[in-house]
Ligand binder design. Sequence first.
Ligand SMILES: Cc1cc2nc3c(=O)[nH]c(=O)nc-3n(C[C@H](O)[C@H](O)[C@H](O)COP(=O)(O)O)c2cc1C
Length: 216
Amino acid sequence: MENKLHDYRKSYEKASLIRENLDENPIQQFRTWFYDVERFGGIDEANAMTISTLGDDGFPKSRIVLLKSYDEHGFVFYTNYESEKGQALQNNPQTCLSFFWPNTERQVIIKGMAEKVPENRSDSYFASRPKGSQLGALVSNQSSVIKNRQVLEDELEALEKKYADKEVPRPENWGGFLVRPESIEFWQGRPNRLHDRFLYTKSDSGYDWKIERLAP
Ligand SMILES: Cc1cc2nc3c(=O)[nH]c(=O)nc-3n(C[C@H](O)[C@H](O)[C@H](O)COP(=O)(O)O)c2cc1C
């Protein structure tokens, strides 16, 4: 059946967002929205977010990673530091994270600066992962060109033998990034494309947030 993309139309009617209902703190606002996504249900990985980086070639690149924690300091995910995104973030820490939650008809866009988390934090998260994922992190030279899938399977088999009775050490090139937010936008879908958008921008003092409504 032919897909008629121009016939895809949806009216967003589930909720609204008004200034009076916003938390003064965007992290708390994010927490409320994240609970809502879980409460509404129907989304397998509510913590899947798009991260965009700027490469040395001048192109932005976006891909999905999983949010593993967040607090007043920012948003944390884990990856290979030598991957394309890992290198891009180390060369240019300006980044953008975004979430789209269709069940609540909401989008969140976070601009901020990325930095590596302390090694002991990456160690404890790595230690908490299932052994298969730990070995996967060791196998995969993420983002490099490989000859075929067999290369990966063979490497995994060898590592499974090597670490059969041993703890898997965290590879030095694998760990977390913390994205410290500078602005966070909350988007709530509304009927007739008159969506609600509020932008929080960090003040120069770095302590409080300016909140402004944006046109949809
Ligand atoms: C649902 C989903 C979750 C993912 N989670 C992660 C993650 O947490 N960390 C990660 O490095 N890659 C994750 N990936 C893979 C990335 O999207 C990407 O393919 C990989 O990190 C290599 O990206 P790069 O070459 O641009 O660095 C995930 C992909 C999907 C679809």
